[in-house]
Design a protein around this ligand. Structure first.
Ligand SMILES: Cc1cc2nc3c(=O)[nH]c(=O)nc-3n(C[C@H](O)[C@H](O)[C@H](O)COP(=O)(O)OP(=O)(O)OC[C@H]3O[C@@H](n4cnc5c(N)ncnc54)[C@H](O)[C@@H]3O)c2cc1C
Length: 445
């Protein structure tokens, strides 16, 4: 467990320094999809925000395709709708997932989920990551003066004191060269990726797990219809996910041992497409690669704390998921929803935004939602990437049993679609009927 950053001598500010008036209510480090969506949410509750980003603004304004197609749940969609970001996505960039199949090696048995059976339009929605980034940027810009974006920033120091958080950075100067700037705010939010240097600078530790695997992602066009079905195939030696996109394309996610990733990346587009089609048993006929391939080493990260005095973590800086269960940005959006709600309550009550009493309910709720899925995902990944005979038998059994146990399938489907099992009371409604108590998980808006 880490101690609050304010109590750490290395990070502490000189108490003798005069306290300057904060120029903004919240400082956010990182203009990724999480940092920018949080900026939108905070502007909407009347807070002023400054977002600090290391990349140039041109790259943030027009992000290039990075191969990731992000599966979003119904709850994530509704958070984006609430922020007006979903409405900015072109319709053709949103692909509904109508069904999902999970299979093991070459076994004919598989676990299936079906939107129709769950009485909903889709199990989830696939959106290219660069579009999520783009609409988050546009949304932040549309908030006008409430969101200030400082790009090309190099953070020199991030620290906290009793009254404020402080960031020292340098920026490109108008006359060329760089100029140093010191900013203060009641609250500093780290949204600078799973390898967050802000988190480290503030003395917050994290558990991380390197899976020794790399995912290679690419788009493919193909001969036969995909019918909106997503496939997760656990094969011998590597895993393959096929995600149904629009325009008769799929996104393939190939997980390989990191030691073999270079060889996979060196394959010609035709050889790569041939391997993917073969591994998928030619279920979509022949396949052709469209665009570039991208490789991502798989490291999962879970921060020891999501909030301490004057600090909160959001997005991958808080929880960096293995992508197999497709939760990373979903968790980012859930965290934004809960944090914004707590800050709104504090602002209305005239309370300090950065004190632990304000942030504790966010920490509690985000941990409650993310920890079981983080641990469960890592367990599943361990089981399904272990090619020793006992593990193969266990996963075959898990798939067979799960497919014949309606409550298990039901729970997974409802987790994706945001529906609550019929036998469970609506905890969110119950919680929102109670008065706000510090430390009690709050009901998301
Ligand atoms: C292959 C793959 C598939 C995925 N599939 C899914 C999926 O299906 N569903 C899902 O929900 N999630 C998925 N994810 C996860 C999702 O992509 C991430 O959760 C999401 O992009 C994280 O957003 P973020 O803003 O927290 O971090 P990032 O996107 O990493 O953005 C961080 C930002 O901070 C900036 N930054 C970093 N360091 C600094 C610094 N020191 N100073 C200033 N700025 C800094 C970076 O330049 C960047 O702009 C997937 C991930 C991968 C790799």
């Amino acid at each position: 467990m880490s101690v609050p950053a304010a109590s750490q001598p290395a990070a502490a500010l000189s108490q003798a320094a005069p306290t300057p008036t904060p120029e903004q209510d919240v400082l956010i480090v990182g203009a990724g999809p999480a940092g920018l969506a949080l900026a939108c949410a905070l502007a909407d509750i009347g807070l002023s925000v400054t977002v600090l980003e290391q990349q140039d603004e041109a790259r943030i304004a027009a992000p290039q395709p990075d191969g990731r197609d992000i599966a979003l749940t119904h709850r994530a969609r509704s958070v984006m709708q609430g922020l007006g970001l979903w409405q900015r996505l072109p319709e053709g960039e949103i692909a509904p997932i109508r069904a999902a199949h999970v299979s093991n090696a070459n076994s004919p048995r598989f676990l299936r989920f079906d939107a129709e059976q769950a009485n909903c339009e889709a199990l989830g929605f696939l959106v290219p990551n660069h579009w999520l980034r783009k609409v988050a940027y546009e949304g932040a810009k549309a908030r006008g003066a409430a969101v200030r974006l400082l790009c090309g920033a190099t953070i020199r120091q991030a620290s906290t004191a009793a009254e404020r958080a402080e960031v020292v950075l340098d920026l490109p100067a108008a006359e060329g060269g760089r100029s140093e700037l010191t900013l203060h705010a009641p609250l500093l939010v780290a949204a600078d990726s799973r390898f967050s240097t802000t988190r480290r600078r503030l003395g917050i530790g994290a558990n991380s797990r390197d899976f020794g695997r790399t995912v290679i992602v690419a788009r493919f066009s193909h001969e036969r219809e995909h019918d909106g079905t997503a496939h997760e195939c656990f094969r011998l030696g590597n895993t393959l996910a096929i995600l149904p996109m629009n325009h008769r394309q799929v996104s393939a996610v190939v997980t390989v041992k990191s030691s073999e990733a270079e060889a996979w990346m060196a394959l010609s587009p035709e050889e790569f497409a041939g391997r993917v089609a073969e591994q998928f048993g030619y279920q979509l006929g022949t396949m052709q690669m469209v665009g570039e391939r991208h490789a991502y080493p798989l490291v999962a990260v879970y921060a020891h704390r999501f909030a301490t005095h004057r600090v909160a973590l959001i997005g991958d800086a808080a929880v960096g998921m293995h992508p197999v269960t497709a939760h990373g940005y979903n968790f980012g959006l859930y965290g934004i929803e809960v944090l914004a709600q707590q800050l709104d309550r504090a602002r209305r009550a005239g309370r300090d935004l950065g004190v632990t009493a304000t942030l504790a309910p966010f920490e509690l709720e985000h941990r409650r939602v993310t920890l079981p899925i983080y641990l469960g995902t890592n367990l599943v990944v361990g089981l399904f990437t272990d090619d020793r005979p006992p593990a193969k038998l266990v996963r075959q059994a898990v798939l067979a049993v799960s497919d014949h146990l309606p409550p298990v399938k039901d729970a997974i489907t409802r987790q994706l679609t945001g529906q609550r099992p019929g036998w469970l009371p609506d905890l969110r409604k119950l919680l929102s009927a109670l008065p706000a108590l510090p430390g009690r998980p709050s009901a998301p808006r």
